[in-house]
Design a protein around this ligand. Structure first.
Ligand SMILES: Nc1ncnc2c1ncn2[C@@H]1O[C@H](COP(=O)(O)OP(=O)(O)OP(=O)(O)O)[C@@H](O)[C@H]1O
Length: 233
């Protein structure tokens, strides 16, 4: 591992996760060290059950490790109160999940603006940002549409827009292109790539090697361990 702590947007030090106890113990993730730096796009690949979602949840402070510690922008998450942790998650981390989790009663632009407004950004600024990110994702015309009037792929792009609005230094994406056709998937990857080039750190789980090809580095997980690492750029 190279580079200084200051450049690491995400740093995992001996981070492991065990579920259950005794005979029922499952090592979802054996202790690993991993760093994702500003401007770096990391892809995580591996078979089902290898620990990819566990890794993402730990990195974003959605789950707490059984061992080791997670640092986001140099700050260890372990000592933070629930409120502080929620604050870091809201301000610094953008998540794209397999499910879209859009609020049905809000339009696309309002769904994207809401977390920003919760951060204290004015409604006017938040809505303007939302329109900008929708345009970046090629769905500017959907700004005033409600989720039920959108296709699955369109909803997924709105969810991605929500994860990218504001200045999120760390973007965590679990199969973000899963529901998308290949041209739309490529458009999303282009946006993630552009975010990296603008200084964000992106960690993306994918099953698709052509999508992993957009990354600077690929780590392969198997049975909760990093078995291989490939540097592409
Ligand atoms: N809450 C839990 N309790 C018990 N075992 C769990 C729990 N969460 C995950 N596991 C186990 O930990 C291992 C890693 O799971 P994880 O969901 O991280 O894998 P994954 O690589 O993301 O899989 P997939 O590609 O199918 O989403 C699996 O064996 C899983 O069954």
């Amino acid at each position: 591992m190279t580079g200084s702590n200051a450049q690491a947007v995400l740093r995992l030090e001996g981070v492991g996760r065990v579920h259950g106890r005794g005979a029922a113990e499952v090592h979802a993730l054996h202790p690993i060290d991993l760093e994702v730096r500003a401007g770096e796009f990391l892809a995580v690949m591996g078979p089902s059950g290898s620990g990819k979602s566990t890794l993402l949840a730990l990195a974003g402070g959605l789950d707490r490790p059984s061992s080791g510690r997670v640092l986001v922008e140099g700050a260890p998450l372990e000592g933070l109160s629930r409120a502080k942790l929620a604050d870091v998650r809201r301000r610094s981390v953008g998540y794209v999940f397999q499910s879209y989790n859009l609020i049905p009663s809000l339009t696309a632009a309002e769904n994207i603006a809401l977390p920003r407004e919760l951060e204290g950004v004015s409604a006017r600024t938040a809505r303007a940002e939302a329109r900008e990110v929708l345009a970046e994702l090629g769905i500017g015309e959907l700004a005033d549409r409600f989720p039920e009037d959108m296709s699955g792929g369109q909803q997924q792009r709105v969810a991605i827009g929500r994860a990218l609005s504001g200045d999120r230094r760390l973007v965590l994406a679990d199969e973000p292109t899963g529901a998308l056709d290949s041209a739309t998937g490529d458009a999303v990857l282009e946006v993630l790539r552009a975010r990296c080039d603008a200084g964000a750190a992106v960690m993306m789980v994918t099953h698709d090697a052509t999508h992993a090809a957009w990354a600077d580095r690929v780590v392969f997980l198997r049975d909760g361990r990093i078995t291989e690492e490939a540097v592409r750029r």
